[in-house]
Every structure is written in C-alpha cells, then in structure tokens.
Design a protein around this ligand. Sequence first.
Ligand code: ACO
Length: 327
Amino acid sequence: MMQRSYIAGCGSYLPKRCVTNDELSETVDTTDEWIVSRTGIKSRHIAADGELTSDLAYEAAIRALEHSNTDPDDIDLVIVATTTPDQTFPATATKVQARLKMKNGAAFDIQAVCSGFIYALSVADNFVRAGQAKTVLVIGAETFSRILDWEDRSTCVLFGDGAGAVVVKADPENSDGIGANARGILSTHLHSDGKHADLLYVDGGPSSTQTTGHVRMVGKEVFRHAVINLAAVVDEALNANGLERSDLDWLVPHQANKRILDSTARKLGLSEDRVVITVDRHANTSAASIPLALDEAVKDGRIQAGQLILLEAMGGGLTWGASLIRW
Ligand code: ACO
C-alpha cells in the first residue's frame, strides 16, 4: 500500500510595497480602467531592491512550518517552484535550506512557470507515496517584476511578486485505496505541450543569450489555450477520483486573469463565492499564486476540514495541471 500525503500547514509572504494601477500609469502608458476591465487586477506587490526570491520563499516557509508544527530538522525535501531564481545556480531551494539551518534532506528547484506549484506538489506527493520522504516543504516563490519589460504595457501590468508554502506530510492513518472521503492529496495531474513554447517565454537565458531576458506573451492565444486546457484537466482530476463537479467545495486556481477564473468557474458550475480570488490584489505571481491564495482561504476560515479543494494552473511551456485535495 502506498501512503497518502496531506497538507499539514501553509504560509505565505508578500513584499511590503504595493503598487496600484494608478501608480503604474504614472510610468506606463496604461489606465486603471483598461487593466481592471481586461484582467481584474487592481494592485500588485513588488519586491524591494535587494529582496530576493529566496528571501520571499524563506518568509513563507517559516510561516508554513509554524502553522504545521514542523521542525526544520524533520524536513526530508525542500522543493521551490520558481521561474525567477536568485541565480542560474545553485537552486534557490538550497538557499532556503541553508537559511532554515537544515542539516539533513535534499533541496531542488522546479521550473514549470505558472504551473510550478502544481508540479512541485505532484513531486512531493509522489516522493511520499513512494516512501522516499515523510515531510516535504513545497514553496512557490517569484520576483517576476525582475524579468518584466517595463516598456511593454501588454505584459508588465499583469504580474507581481510573492511566495507561498505548504508542508506536505505522510499520513500514517491513510493509505491508497481508502477513497476520496479521507483526508489527503487525492491525485495530481500534469501536462505540457512544448510546441506552444512561443506563446509565452523569456527572450533570454544562459545558453542562448547569456542574459536573463524579458517576458514575451501572445496574450489572446494564451487565454484561449488556458480556457480549453484547464477545463480538460479539471474533469480529468474529478474522473480519476469518481467525483462530480458538484462535489467541489473550493476552487483555488492559479491567478492569471479574473476572466480566465470566471470562465473556469462557469464551466464547473461553481458560483463566484466558491472560488478563492487574489488576482485583484496580487496580480499574477506565477508559481506563488496558488499557495498564496490557499493560505489566505485557510487562515480566514473559508477552507474547512473535510472539504474538497481543486487546484489548477496553466503557464508557459505550455504546462498545465490540477490537484484534488480532501482537506
Ligand atoms: N493598457 C492599455 N492598453 C493596452 C495595454 C495596457 N496595459 N496593454 C495592451 N493594450 C492595448 C494594445 O496595445 C492593443 O491596442 P490596439 O488594439 O490599439 O493595438 C489593445 O490594448 C489589445 O487589447 P485587447 O485585444 O482587448 O486585449 P485582450 O482582451 O486580449 O487582453 C490580455 C489582453 C489581458 C493580456 C489577455 O489577452 C490575457 O489576459 N491573456 C491571458 C494571458 C495571461 O494571463 N498570461 C499569464 C501567464 S499564463 C497563465 O498564467 C494562464
């Protein structure tokens, strides 16, 4: 029997500086009206000079460790999902490991852009199921502001900085076969389609230009693929567990655009008050957006034990995925 994993606690962190659309429009040729009507975004947080992805990741991590009553010495694995690492190498996860003063375990980064948290959660869940780890710290952390072209109004208004973390633990009470009503990560589902890489990418990298590059996006096409792929992977997750759309209590989606969230919720037959939304205040924080939203809804009491939670994301690659969790 494979051991089921569950989320024992969560935490998140946002940089102090909050930038509204009106403030942005002082330096970018845009308006609050355009941004809100196309995306639902009203403000975003931007990291301070010298504040790195590993700093945001560490702050989120210590909150998740505290919330789950976990000692850093008990962590077997640290996974950081990020597209904006401190450096090309070493992995940002190893920096977090050092700051947590961990003497054991392994640490590595995962790169799946906006789907990064779902990918990292899937790796954590599979390590636990395989019996190779009992306690995994999973973090999504980004300083996306650092790879934006602030001259390109079609992308720079969409993103923000932040970090969220969860502690995934093996559940000694529950193994596979116990069914969808018992606590834990029920399943994870990952996809990618590399032929659409040119829809959303960074125009630089160590091997190609020896620069970091800036985000480039064909927004309308990304939007179209997001709506199609997310609907498909959501049904895949429900079918894999013999569950119906009506069984869902909460949708905790990657926060790219309010219109994508509304469209996914409509397809699921979920009313807006069952969707956790942070895009209005955080914008798109890439791999950090799901754990940031999850933490908010857990801490304010919306998400309760026994409820069925659906996480989903799509991002550059293209990559996409979903996870169903019985809280
Ligand atoms: N302010 C004012 N005008 C702008 C801005 C801006 N910030 N950006 C673009 N425009 C202008 C363009 O220049 C263009 O003008 P033109 O028609 O005179 O050439 C016009 O607005 C384009 O507007 P629309 O066609 O209405 O744009 P659209 O409705 O496609 O919205 C958007 C653009 C918001 C990017 C949308 O396509 C989108 O959200 N796509 C999804 C992309 C996304 O969320 N990516 C995130 C990563 S992937 C993921 O996480 C799912």
